[in-house]
Ligand binder design. Sequence first.
Ligand code: GLT
Ligand code: MN
Ligand code: MN
Length: 388
Amino acid sequence: MSDYTPKAEHKFTFGLWTVGNIGRDPFGAPVRKQLTPAEIVYLLGEVGAYGVNFHDNDLIPIDATSAEKDKILREFRTALEKTGLKVPMATTNLFGDPAFKDGAFTANDPKVRAYALQKVMQGIDLGVSLGAEVYVFWGGREGTETDASKNPLDSGKYFRDALNFLCEYVKDQGYNLRFALEAKPNEPRGDIYLSTTGAMLGFISTLDYPEMVGVNPEVAHEHMAGLNFLHHVAQAWDMGKLFHIDLNDQLFGRYDQDFRFGAVMLKQAFFLVKFLEDVGYTGSRHFDAHAFRSEDYEGVKDFARGCMRTYLILKEKAARFNADKEIQDLLKAAKADDGAHHYLAGGYTREKAQRLKAESFDREAMGTRGLAYERLDQLTVELLLGVR
Ligand code: GLT
Ligand code: MN
Ligand code: MN
C-alpha cells in the first residue's frame, strides 16, 4: 500500500478563498460561516498542506482600520508559525469591489486604472512581507459585455502599461518576485481579454520585462473553453513560463465549476500530473477549487485532502505508466527510427535540403501503418482503473 500523505516536498497549496469559500453562488446564500484567515491556516495545517496563498482582501478586508489590520496580521503570522505553512503566492482582488465593474487595468476610467495600480503595489508589499515569490494576476473583470464599450487595442495597451509599471515597481523595491498571468475566457465578464494561456504567452513577449512574467494556467479555465489544458501547460513549460499552476476540475463548456482536483476528468488530470512530474516542475501545486455547497467544514477538509490524495495517486500511476513494459514498447514502436533521416538533425543546410528534395517516400506505407494507439489508450485506461 503506497503512502499518499502530503509532504512539504509536494508543494501543495490552497488559497484562503478556496477552503475558506462559504458556498455563496449567484442563486444562493452562504452555507458555511466565514472563517478568519488564521482559522483557515490551522485547517490547512490539519490536512497537511504546504502553503497558503491569498488576495489582499482575503487577508485584510478592503475597509479594515489599521488596528483591525494589525490584529489580523498578528493572528495570521502566529498561525503560520504554529503550522509551519508558507506563503508562496499572493494576488490582488481587482474584481470584487464595485469600483472594478468595468475592469481594473483595462477600465475606461483613468482613475480606476490608477486605483488598481495603487492597490496592486500595496498587495505586493503585503505579499512580499509574508514571503511570497510569485504574484498572480487574474483579470476577472478585464473584459466587456459589449465591444461598443471598449476598444480592445486600448485595453491591451492599458494592460501592458500596468504590468510594465508594476515590473518597474518590483525592481525598484528590490523584491524577489515574479508575476504569473492567469487566463480565463469569461465569467464574471461576458468576455475576458487574453482568454487563454496561449494568448497570455503571446502578450508577455510584448512587455518591457518579459523575463519577470510567466503564467498561472488553471485547469478549469481552459476546460471552460473546451481546450486541452495539458497542451497549454506544455507550451508554457517549453517557454520557461510555468511560474505557477491552478489545479482543479471542470467539465467542458460549463460555468466556472472549480471542482476538487480530479473530480470529473480523471484521464486529463492523469496526463497533467504525469507531465508535471516527468518534466520536474518544482513550483507550487496550488488547488484553486472549493468544496461542494453541500459541505460543512468536515466536508471542506475531505475536499482538501481529496485534492492532494488524488494528485499523489495519479503521480504513482504516472510512475507505473513509465515503468509498464507493454506501454513503453508500444511507444517505442510508434517512434521506431531506422536512422534514414538522422541527417536532418542539427537544422538546415543547403545540402540537406537538396538531399531531402531528391528522396522518394512510400506514402502508402506511411498511411496504412497501424499505430496501435487504441491499445495504448486502453492500457492507460486499465492502469487508471487499477487492473494493471
Ligand atoms: C478567483 C478565480 C481564480 C483566480 C483567483 C486569483 S480568484 O477565485 O476564479 O481562478 O485564480 O485571483
Ligand atoms: Mn485560478
Ligand atoms: Mn476557476
